[in-house]
Design a protein around this ligand. Structure first.
Ligand code: EPZ
Length: 430
């Protein structure tokens, strides 16, 4: 397994290109199941999760072509992928594939909508929580599907097709909103989705569906109105920049000090993160090339907050903020309200000298003057990058093990950081 060695203390100066959003690319690829025509996606990030989803879609019969390099294209630009689900060869998503990348469970809606049936493995829990899918199944039943659970699989049938419905989610769920949206675009009649998630990635998928011929109103709001159509056609769509990656590198720069341009980052998607960075004493400027982050010597101020659904502070940046606050000049209270077990980075940060005390869903982060390097273990995607942030400011050497977690969601992280002056090296493992 690969490891990453970081020697801390260097300021970051330069430009970091922000890749296409993982959490938009994954549902956008799944949307290809809804049409026999070709969906061309550009700015697709080169990530382990994208490669895993490709395997799942190919198992359903989707042909996936990755375009070769075009004149003038640089390695920093994402892949162009053409996905063609001319026919669906298999409506089963097997456990051995779904268990490796839980968002693949989201094929349920499109398979039901396109084929009238689906057999999808339950994704099971994961490191950060039990992560049930009851709201996904409720939405499918509202749209007229018959749902059974057998031997760890969801068996869904809608032989007479799906029917438009009024779906109101009790709480905000990104995945359940994707499922309901993807299923309803081919349903017979009108669907309303109330209390829908309004993350930018949902809007990106909805805009792509409209390009494919879907009829959707209320995009980027908490109430989506869909008028079902009989079929969708191919389209071309570019994946939005990754706001979580951008927020992560903003905290890297805030932690080390320096001056970094997050190229192509969309400030409109990062409102709450930008506000928090400024409260922490980090300067943030929006430019026509992206977002400029700089801090020259001033102390980091403590910031207390709750994670919330968009547009609140994203849970996917919680671990990264905790690393930043571990060296603030005071105490921060960070409350995780979305997932029940998203504090696994705390023990690893403590190994680097962070002083963090857990009180149920709230972490009390008492800022320290110094962190010192040590061997640490990555446990999940965003926890692993919080260790990178801490290691960048820690004295001495940090070795981060199990970096396959990082590779799921951060494209060429060590190259992007090294290009700005960080001492970061990937050590290929046995
Ligand atoms: C998406 O996960 C993201 N994944 C997560 O990012 C992100 O943390 C999460 O949304 C919240 O923003 C992708 O987009 C691929 P939810 P998802 O449904 O859809 C509960 C990352 O690091 N819930 O919004 O699984 C659930 O347990 C990943 O990139 C139910 O109770 O999250 C959680 O407490 C991690 N029943 C809350 O809702 C359901 O049927 C929000 O979960 C569904 C969810």
């Amino acid at each position: 397994m690969d490891r990453i060695r970081i020697r801390g203390g260097n300021r970051l100066n330069g430009t970091i290109p922000i890749s296409g959003a993982k959490n938009a690319a994954l549902p956008l690829m799944i949307v290809s199941l809804l049409t026999p025509e070709t969906l061309t996606l550009s700015n697709v990030p080169r990530l382990a999760d994208v490669r895993q989803l490709q395997r799942i879609l190919q198992n359903h019969g989707v042909d996936i072509m990755v375009a070769g390099k075009r004149p003038g294209q640089t390695a920093k630009q994402g892949d162009v992928k053409q996905l063609s689900a001319r026919t669906i060869a298999d409506t089963t998503a097997p456990y051995d594939l779904v268990s490796k990348m839980r968002a693949s469970f989201w094929v349920l809606g499109p398979l039901l909508a396109r084929c009238g049936e689906a057999k999808v493995s339950l994704p099971g829990g994961c490191a950060i929580g039990t992560r049930p899918v009851d709201m996904h199944l409720l939405a499918m039943e509202k749209l007229g599907a018959e749902i059974e659970i057998e031997n760890g699989y969801v068996i869904a049938k809608a032989k007479r097709g799906l029917k438009g419905a009024h779906i109101r989610f009790d709480k905000v769920s990104v995945g359940a909103t994707h499922a309901a949206l993807m299923a309803s675009v081919l349903a017979d009649g009108d669907t309303i989705i109330e209390n829908a998630a309004s993350e930018p990635e949902i809007g990106d998928v909805a805009e792509c569906l409209v390009k494919m011929g879907a009829r959707i109103e209320g995009i980027h709001t908490a109430t989506l109105k869909i008028r079902g159509v009989t079929s969708l056609h191919g389209a071309e769509h570019s994946v939005i920049p990754d706001r979580i990656e951008a927020g992560t590198y903003a905290m890297c720069a805030g932690m080390t000090g320096g001056d970094v341009l997050l190229k192509d980052a969309n400030a409109g998607h990062l409102g709450s993160v930008i506000t928090v960075m400024r409260r922490a004493g980090v300067a943030v400027d929006q430019t026509n090339e992206g977002i400029r982050i700089y801090r020259n010597g001033g102390a980091l101020e403590p910031v207390s907050l709750d994670t919330e659904p968009y547009p609140g502070f994203p849970t996917d940046c919680q671990a990264q903020l905790m690393a930043l606050m571990s060296m603030a000049d005071g105490t921060s209270m960070i409350r995780e309200t979305i997932f029940e077990n998203r504090f696994m980075h705390v023990q690893e940060l403590a190994r680097l000298g962070a002083d963090i005390h857990l009180h149920g869903d709230t972490a009390e982060v008492r800022g320290v003057k110094k962190l010192t390097g040590a061997p640490v273990m990555a446990t999940d995607l965003r926890a692993s990058v919080s260790l990178v942030i801490a290691a960048l400011a820690a004295e001495g050497e940090t070795m981060i093990n199990r970096v396959y977690h990082l590779d799921r969601g951060f494209e060429t992280l060590e190259e992007k950081l090294s290009a700005c002056g960080a001492d970061v090296t990937r050590i290929s493992g046995t």
